[in-house]
Design a binder for this molecule. Structure first.
Ligand code: FAD
Length: 502
């Protein structure tokens, strides 16, 4: 039964909103969160998906951010070792870059700034010998290899929301916050959603609407003009697999910008990102021809075999809601987050969240909680530094052992399926598989290795409603199913929504 009155109402189900809801409910506050579309349907599913210190932010002297972000890599990996894992990045050296000794010193700093325990350190590569030199144009001799991590971004959001709900938070999806009014030292929040209109009272509101944060201030909250964020668009291409090893490349382009080429979903390579100011509606963001050409050209500068339009399998774009610090170039605007407290306990308080990264979302939530506790008083202690996300209840280095254990318990299921499920759901893969012995026990088949058992779990536990939620955010099976299979999934979901046995 949803609560009519809560301590904290969170607007926005991206990584920042979901992390705040999780932290707050875990400290004993009553919490509700509303997301107007699907969880992670905004910026939080459009990232490069790195949990990283941000090597290039060192060049912009963002030491606070880099320090905090580096330290988060192992904290988040330990919390969710199924959806977060280490990656090694290869930086090929060439004449256009800073001298090799300067880069080596920068990487040594990166290694030692942020409490690295399990991630391996930087090393120097001879690209004429190392396998990572093979796909590159001839002439690259020296490279550096360093550590960061990968995160399944939209799953990270959903798992934060799931943990929050497990601890008692109400999570409303496809529910827009249409009005937020001060009333009697608190707020009246009006929701427009799946179950029609509804009103919830809250002592404090957290505005974590990402690129829409200013729209919430001027629209739902009815304030005069707000211009706190600068929207900066970033796009990615998913292309055919460009190389056969598991390391990524970080390339510096002739304009000084950086792009990554990352192994993606087994059979593909992810190339991104661009960085340009955006003035449209965040929901309409799409890759432009200019960005496509830019990314293809930048990758082709380095790879021996040119990357062309014919290699593109998919693309996605998102908008970074960066705090507007007045920087002239989009790539120079700060990636750090800024929080603003509006009002107090007597008048009704709101915390607005500007900027942030997937990497720093847990720390951002702790900072929001400090502000909240300043208004509502303290309830519980900070806890998320050692808390696990659902499915992540195993040691960071034990992922392969967990896959082997799952496969041993389900020997007749394809090893590719058990591995994929362990990657997405961790220990919860067993909830999906239950007593199944073979794939025929998993219900209707929707193409690739997607069966009804997984779909039902996603609807029941992870707020999935549409084929897109399942194929592009909870999983990336959209890369492997065709139109007819997508339609079959849609009609299955429609049948479920109407309570029809299909
Ligand atoms: C191209 C690109 C690459 C990036 N790469 C990385 C990376 O590699 N590593 C990293 O750490 N970070 C990265 N980031 C940054 C990171 O993705 C963002 O900082 C983060 O996702 C922002 O999350 P958010 O919760 O603030 O916003 P969002 O994810 O956009 O969430 C806000 C949510 O609020 C909802 N909402 C808005 N208005 C309302 C309303 N009235 N009622 C209800 N709901 C509402 C929206 O639907 C949306 O889902 C990248 C960003 C981009 C764009």
């Amino acid at each position: 039964m949803a609560q009519d009155s809560v301590d904290i109402f969170v607007i926005g189900g991206g990584v920042n909103g979901a992390s705040v809801a999780r932290d707050a409910v875990g400290r004993g506050f009553s919490v509700a969160l509303a997301e107007m579309n699907d969880l992670a349907s905004g910026t939080s599913s459009a990232a490069t998906k790195l949990v990283h210190g941000g090597l290039r932010y060192l060049e912009h002297y963002e030491f606070r951010l880099v320090h905090e972000a580096l330290a988060e890599r192992e904290v988040l990996w330990a919390a969710a070792p199924h959806i977060i894992w280490p990656l090694r990045f290869v930086l090929p050296h060439h004449k256009g870059l800073r001298p090799a000794f300067v880069l080596r010193a920068g990487l040594a700093m990166y290694d030692y700034m942020g409490g690295r325990r399990l991630l391996p350190p930087t090393k120097t590569l001879n690209l004429t010998q190392d396998v990572t030199g093979k796909p590159l144009k001839p002439g690259y001799r020296l490279g550096f290899e360093y550590s960061d991590c990968w995160v399944e971004d939209s799953r990270f959001v959903v798992l934060n929301a799931r943990d929050a709900a497990n601890k008692g938070a109400d999570i409303y999806v496809r529910t827009k916050v249409s009005s937020v009014r001060r009333d009697n030292g608190g707020w009246i929040v009006e929701l427009d959603g799946e179950d029609g209109r509804r009103t919830v009272r809250a002592k404090l509101v957290v505005n974590a609407a990402g690129p829409w944060v200013d729209q919430v201030i001027t629209g739902a909250m009815g304030k005069n003009g707000a211009r706190n964020v600068r929207l900066v668009k970033g796009s990615h291409l998913v292309v055919r697999k460009l190389f056969d090893h598991d390391r990524c490349y970080i390339f510096q382009n002739s304009d000084g910008r950086i792009i990554f080429a990352i192994p993606y979903e087994g059979d593909f390579t992810l190339i991104g990102t661009t960085d340009e100011d955006y003035h449209g509606d965040p929901k309409d963001v799409r890759i432009s021809d200019g960005e496509t050409d830019y990314l293809l050209k930048a990758a082709s500068e380095y790879f021996a075999e040119p990357v062309t339009r014919a290699d593109i399998r998919w693309s996605y774009s998102g908008v970074r809601p960066l705090f507007d610090d007045g920087a002239s170039a989009a790539q120079e605007a700060t990636r750090d987050y800024v929080l603003k407290l509006d009002g107090d306990a007597a008048s009704g308080a709101a915390v607005h969240v500007f900027g942030g990264k997937l990497t720093t979302s847990r720390r951002l939530a702790e900072s929001v909680l400090e502000k909240i506790e300043g208004v509502l008083g303290k309830k519980g202690a900070a806890w998320t530094k050692t808390g696990k996300l659902p499915g992540g209840e195993f040691e960071p280095l034990s992922f392969d052992a967990e896959v082997r254990r799952l496969h041993k318990d389900y020997p007749e299921l394809p090893a590719t399926l058990t591995r994929r499920l362990m990657r997405l759901y961790g220990t919860k893969a067993r909830v999906i598989l239950g007593s199944a012995k073979t794939t025929s026990d998993l219900g209707q088949h929707f193409g690739a290795d997607l069966f009804a058992a997984e779909v039902d779990y996603l609807v029941r536990e992870e707020w999935a409603r549409t084929a897109e939620d399942i194929l592009w955010r909870r999983t990336k099976l959209g890369l492997r199913v065709d139109q007819a299979q997508t339609e079959a999934l849609e009609s299955y979901l429609a049948g479920k929504a109407m309570g029809v046995a299909v």
